[in-house]
Design a protein around this ligand. Structure first.
Ligand code: GLY
Ligand code: MN
Ligand code: MN
Length: 441
């Protein structure tokens, strides 16, 4: 058996164990997971891009296969009901192939509703995880029930990535890094945001529907919009800066990478370098036992130090944090869990029984509040931005005197900076998948 296939076999063994306990918690006999169905636009016959149910793609590297069903019954081989429709309008899925095939009993069906006869008879004994419109049978009798205790258990444990999952994330990262490098070349050659986006997709070999989230391609002031997903068709003049937050997918797993570039050496490049150095120190804190909330709060202090060094802020880092000044420049969380979803589930879980860990007061956008453990994969994405709305509020507040507004005005046309890596928490030193891929590229 190759290493890859033994990793996958071990991954499945872990999922079987988790499924057995989750079912016990919920008092069910079978875990049933539809891959999902296409969604049709209102008053139209066009479909939205299909997105696979993450609970399904956790088991199978199938991301373009609506209408399939997975049935897991403890002690038995899992069953895959595989839809391969008769259809001359669209390309239909190939017959099942790949290393995963040998691990499943596979039944091929030709119509979505044929799945019903291959699912457990008694829907009441099934934890069915999916969206309401996957329901099958008369009046949708076989419908997703998404039991809380089952989901709480699975979501909590999804934070612990198997070695197979780390490999899939590493592969997604390699692809994303290749595309980032190509996008930077397009930026240096004077391309527009739209042109850079196309260069990115080309190098990633992925279309927008396949990417794990909408590309953020921001030139100049646009970098101050945290989720800027417009694409101007013409480059601005002059071009000063470039922020790219873009990922790639592999076998259903996502990477999530941000880099910021200056057009020319100078004070904006110096600020990028300072954020980059601080970011690498934060990545080094991705260690077992570290409270991610503390990492977020420490990031505020570190970035307040960068702001002070750059002469943007005149008060001590401690004071900038205590008075909320740092939040005007760094108004999002330090990161989040990463995996099958770019913002992975289970970020607030205190336990596998549905108890949650609140965010620190005054930090409403943090998406992960857990203590890190080996197997967690997180992003570390500090930023410093010049956001008009937040700066106006700050300028009208008692803290206005803490800021050198001339310095802010000088850097405002550059928009902002974010540096984002994907980091694996291990039993020892952190493994930075993004830096690893950039170093190898
Ligand atoms: N790309 C979205 C994020 O960084 O969370
Ligand atoms: Mn992110
Ligand atoms: Mn991102």
């Amino acid at each position: 058996m190759s290493t890859a296939s033994s990793l996958y076999a071990d991954h499945l063994a872990t999922l079987h164990e988790r499924a057995a306990t989750a079912l016990e918690r919920g008092g069910f006999d079978h875990l049933v997971v539809p891959s999902g169905t296409p969604h049709v636009q209102v008053f139209d016959d066009r479909e939205y891009p299909y997105a696979a149910n993450p609970q399904f793609k956790h088991w199978l590297p199938l991301t373009r296969h609506p209408g399939c069903w997975l049935v897991v019954t403890p002690g038995q081989r899992p069953r895959l009901v595989y839809l391969q429709p008769r259809d001359y309008w669209h390309v239909v899925p190939q017959a099942p192939e790949g290393e995963w095939v040998e691990h499943f009993d596979i039944v091929v069906i030709r119509r979505p509703d044929e799945a019903l006869k291959h699912l457990p008879r008694n829907a009441g004994r099934c934890a069915i995880l999916g969206e309401p419109q996957s329901a099958l049978g008369r009046y949708g009798a076989f419908r997703p029930n998404n039991p809380g205790p089952v989901l709480d258990y699975l979501d909590y444990h999804r934070a612990y990535k198997t070695p197979y999952e780390i490999e899939m994330l590493r592969e997604a990262t390699r692809r994303g890094v290749r595309a980032h490098r190509s996008a930077e070349r397009a930026f240096r050659a004077g391309a527009s945001e739209f042109g850079i986006h196309l260069a990115y997709c080309q190098a990633a070999g992925q279309d927008t529907d396949e990417l794990p989230y909408a590309n953020i391609v921001a030139l100049n002031e646009h970098a101050a919009v945290l989720h800027y997903t417009e694409f101007d068709r013409l480059p601005p003049r002059p071009v000063r800066s470039f922020l790219l937050d873009a990922g790639a997918s592999h076998a259903g797993y996502a990477c999530d990478i941000t880099r910021t570039h200056a057009q020319e050496p100078g004070e904006f490049q110096a600020l990028i370098d300072a954020v980059d150095a601080a970011q690498q120190r934060m990545c080094d804190q991705v260690r077992a036992g570290t409270d991610y909330r503390q990492l977020h709060l420490d990031a505020h202090l570190a970035l307040a130090g960068v702001l002070r060094e750059a002469g943007l802020v005149k008060v001590s880092p401690e004071e900038a944090v205590a008075t909320g000044v740092s939040r005007a420049f760094f108004p999002h969380g330090i990161g989040h869990g990463l995996g099958l979803q770019v913002h992975d589930v289970g970020g607030f879980a205190a336990s596998d029984r549905g108890v949650t860990i609140p965010r620190p007061d005054g930090h409403p956008y943090l998406r992960l509040t857990r203590v890190l453990e080996p197997g967690f994969v997180v992003t570390i994405e500090p930023g410093i931005y010049f956001i008009d709305m937040l700066l106006e509020e700050l300028r009208a507040s008692p803290q206005a005197g803490a800021v050198d507004w001339d310095r802010v005005e000088a850097l405002r046309p550059y928009g902002g900076i974010r540096i984002e890596d994907n980091v694996v928490c291990t039993g020892g030193d952190p493994l930075n998948l993004t830096r690893e891929a950039f170093a190898a590229a």
